[in-house]
Design a protein around this ligand. Structure first.
Ligand code: ADE
Length: 223
C-alpha cells in the first residue's frame, strides 16, 4: 500500500478533499494511507513558532529549518521515503511524474509557505521541489492536494473499469475527444450523428480526429 504523509501548518485544510469521492474510497479500500502532520507539533518553543524573518532582509517570513528537520526525521523513521516539497519555483508537475510516483511505497510532501522555506531543507531533505504551474498561490496546501489526487488515482486498483485510464488526456499525447450523453438533441444542439450510428470503427476514427484537432488548436505543444 502507498503511504503519503503531508507536513503542513494548515492541517484542517485537507479533510474535505481527502474524505470525498475517489480519494476517500481509495483509503477505505486500503489502496493508500494518507496522514496529515501539523508542523507546529514539531516546534521547539511554547509559541509553536514555525517561521522567522529572512537573513539579509526583505519582505515576508521564511519557514525555519529545525521543526521541518525534526518532523521529517520522525515521520520517515527507518523507511525509504520520496520527499517532495511544493513551491512555485519547483519543476512543473506533469502526468509523467504522477505515474512514476504512483509506484512509490512512501511519499512525504512538505507544504511550502510564506516567502519560502529555509534553503537547507531543500539541500538536505527534499528529493524534488514541485510547482503545479506558473502562478503563485497563498501556500503549498492546494498544490499538495493536487499531487495527491493525481498520484492516487493512478495507483493500481483505485479507479474502477468505468473510470478507466486509457483514453484520457495526456495518456497518449493527445487531449480527450468530446463526450456526449442523453439527450441526443438538447435545445437544438445535436449530438454528432456518427456517435448514434453504432459503427464502432468509424466512431473510433472520428474520436481520434477530434482529439487531434482539439490538441492542435488548444495545446499544439503536445504534438
Ligand atoms: N506554492 C505557492 N504557489 C505554488 C505553486 N504554483 N506550485 C506549488 N506550490 C506553490
Amino acid at each position: 500500500m502507498l503511504t503519503i504523509d503531508i507536513l503542513t501548518i494548515f492541517p484542517g485544510m485537507f479533510s474535505p478533499i481527502l474524505n470525498a469521492s475517489i480519494l476517500k474510497r481509495a483509503q477505505d479500500n486500503k489502496k493508500v494511507c494518507i496522514r496529515i502532520h501539523d508542523l507546529r507539533d514539531y516546534t521547539l518553543d511554547k509559541h509553536r513558532k514555525v517561521d522567522d524573518r529572512p537573513f539579509g532582509g526583505g519582505p515576508g517570513m521564511v519557514l525555519m529549518p529545525e521543526p521541518i528537520f525534526k518532523a521529517v526525521k520522525k515521520i520517515k523513521g527507518r523507511r525509504k521515503v520520496r520527499v517532495l516539497m511544493t513551491c512555485p519555483g519547483g519543476i512543473t508537475f506533469h502526468q509523467r511524474m504522477a505515474k512514476r510516483w504512483a509506484q512509490e511505497k512512501n511519499i512525504l510532501i512538505i507544504c511550502g509557505h510564506y516567502e519560502g522555506v529555509d534553503e537547507r531543507v531543500r539541500q538536505k531533505l527534499v528529493d524534488t521541489s514541485v510547482s503545479i504551474g506558473d502562478y503563485v498561490l497563498t501556500g503549498g496546501e492546494l498544490p499538495a492536494m493536487i499531487l495527491v489526487d493525481a498520484i492516487v488515482r493512478l495507483v493500481p486498483g483505485v479507479l474502477g473499469k468505468e473510470e478507466s485510464l486509457y483514453d484520457e488526456s495526456f495518456e497518449q499525447g493527445r487531449l480527450e475527444y468530446p463526450h456526449y450523453t442523453r439527450p441526443a438533441d438538447f435545445q437544438g444542439l445535436k449530438v454528432p450523428r456518427i456517435l448514434l450510428s453504432g459503427h464502432h470503427r468509424q466512431i473510433q476514427q472520428w474520436r481520434a480526429r477530434q482529439a487531434e484537432t482539439r490538441t492542435r488548436r488548444q495545446r499544439p505543444d503536445l504534438l
